[in-house]
Design a protein around this ligand. Structure first.
Ligand code: MSP
Length: 521
């Protein structure tokens, strides 16, 4: 019997200084697909996201908007929550770092743990501070004196503050990574982390409150405000009750997957791990690092100002089309360029014509009969795939295709391949397998000319239709984590939305929906 495991997954928490863009949506959707998949395979999932509400960046944006930081974040946070909703993200919680009860309390407990371990000490810090990064940066991060990522001139700062003894943990972190106690995906980010560990020095962990008051006051020293990254990273444990609700904290920690972008790798794979070690807490099992969405080769960013508004895309095409685009067209781990042209091409080719057309043409053929019921095994094996799918499938898959009929192929070849891709967080690979299936089923209709056989040899046609319906419905089940509404619509159309797959005996067609509509030019 399968046992239920707990699965705790987190996203990074975005700064609220500007509206969210498509890059944030990528992280939300990837995390949501993983969370929904884990629920689907029967695990007990807690999916956390939230907002990073403190620091200089927020204070400046609030000033520009002529609001207090509090008023500003209270307005901004609604835009992020609206996007989560519009994208159909299934998060179980939303933590705000300005929440004094849920967050500050735990953040202070964590600070005291680090302090008691002798890992926080007073000192003077001198360096170049980049507000875009909310971090001290070095000469190598500059081009013509400006931060390479944010294109702004950093501020020269020298101040008394508290430092965190990061250097003490570089060796233990290296060992944990090398032993595989923590997985950093992909391998290239793991190697980058190992390099960063060579250079890690103690870091400033607070700022004078006279300069920055919007944040968590340092416990026992109100002249200092906690460094925004120290404050923000602790959200992953404060939200589940660290220092407040030990039972709940014990139930969920350590995180099973922490999803972040490549620009914040060091904060998570070095600083966060060191904080956890100092507090004697377990390390997360996996840090999963996605790439960036670019526009014409440059990172999409609020600071650069080349952002694509996800809400506009959702209003125009629907949440599932945007989710599809982000997983199918955007690389899960590398960088990818966004263009509306590619979006429209994928929408029309793979959604409207692809799965949408496949469902409606199959369902229309079924309407020649009252319903299609499960044929005998002898009948089922008579109609294997004939198609030469060329590049679409691997050689092993090709060999099996020659002898297998669709329903068997789906169960024996597609499903295991899909689950193994999902287990290794290869989301792009997993969703592509589903589109390979839909494409193959379309070819199957053509090869056998099922639309003719329906009239000429109805008994044969019913067997072929069973293959098609069973395979489309199985594909829809596997599509659930990616495109929950579309999957549901397909299963409803085929009359099996509430029936477990093992009990599918017949398919009866409901009203045939337009899954996706071609937009007027
Ligand atoms: N507030 C910090 C995170 C603190 S986590 C304890 C932060 N915020 S952010 O708003 O700048 O970025 C939030 C997430 O969005 C990061 O994972 C970042 O990599 C991701 N993205 C921001 N722009 C992006 C793209 N253009 N493409 C893909 N994701 C990118 O960093």
């Amino acid at each position: 019997m399968k046992t239920t495991n707990k699965f705790f997954i987190t996203t990074s928490i975005p700064y609220l200084n500007a509206a969210p863009h498509l890059g944030h949506s990528l992280e939300y959707v990837e995390s949501d697909v993983i969370a929904r998949y884990q629920r689907m395979i029967g695990n007990d999932v807690f999916f956390l996201t939230g907002a990073d509400e403190h620091g200089a960046k927020i204070v400046r944006s609030a000033q520009k908007a002529e609001k207090s930081p509090r008023q500003f974040v209270d307005t901004q946070v609604k835009i992020y929550q609206k996007l989560l909703n519009a994208l159909n993200i299934s998060n179980d919680d939303f933590i705000r770092t300005s929440d004094e009860i849920r967050h500050w309390q735990g953040a202070c407990v964590l600070w005291k743990k680090l302090y008691d371990a002798g890992d926080i000490y007073k000192g003077t810090y001198r360096g170049l501070y980049c507000v875009g990064h909310e971090a001290f940066i070095t000469e190598k991060d500059l081009q013509n004196g400006a931060c390479i990522d944010h294109k702004t001139i950093p501020e020269q700062i020298e101040e008394d503050n508290y430092l965190f003894r990061l250097s003490k943990y570089t060796l233990p972190i290296r060992k944990a990574i090398e032993k595989g106690d923590i997985a950093i995906i992909p391998e290239t980010r793991k190697n980058e982390t190992l390099k960063m560990l060579d250079e890690a020095e103690d870091i400033s962990f607070s700022r004078p409150s006279k300069d920055i008051a919007w944040g968590v006051p340092v416990p026992g020293d109100s002249t200092q405000t906690m460094y925004v990254w120290c404050d923000a990273l602790s959200n992953y444990i404060t939200a589940i009750g660290y220092g407040r609700d030990n039972d709940n904290f014990g139930k969920w920690w350590p995180a099973d997957a922490q999803i972040i972008g490549k620009d914040i790798l060091r904060f998570h794979s070095v600083i966060w791990l060191a904080m956890l070690m100092s507090a004697k807490l377990a390390l997360p099992k996996t840090i999963f690092v996605h790439g960036w969405i670019h526009v014409e080769g440059e990172k999409m960013s609020k600071t650069i100002g080349n952002v694509v508004e996800p809400l506009q895309l959702i209003n125009k095409y629907g949440a599932d089309a945007v989710r599809f685009y982000l997983i199918h067209e955007i690389s899960t781990l590398g960088d990818s360029d966004y263009s509306e042209e590619c979006f429209v091409k994928a929408h029309e080719g793979l959604l409207v014509k692809g799965v949408g057309n496949l469902l409606s043409r199959t369902a229309t053929m079924v309407n020649n009969f009252d319903f299609v019921s499960k044929p005998s095994l002898d009948a089922l094996v008579r109609f294997p795939f004939k198609t030469n799918l060329g590049e679409l499938v691997t050689n092993t898959e090709k060999a099996s295709l020659e002898s297998m009929a669709p329903a068997f192929w789906v169960d024996d070849v597609l499903e295991p391949a899909y689950h193994s891709a999902m287990a290794s967080y290869s989301l792009n690979e997993a969703i592509k397998k589903l589109w390979t299936l839909f494409h193959m089923l379309d070819q199957y209709i053509e090869e056998y000319k099922v639309y003719k056989i329906v009239k000429e040899k109805p008994e044969d046609a019913k067997v072929m239709l069973w293959h098609l319906l069973y395979s489309i419905a199985s594909g829809a089940l596997l599509l659930k984590p990616f495109m929950p509404d579309t999957a549901e619509k397909i299963l409803t159309t085929l009359g099996v939305e509430n029936i477990p797959k093992e009990s599918w005996k017949e398919f009866r067609i409901g009203e045939i929906p337009h899954l996706f509509s071609k937009l007027e030019k």
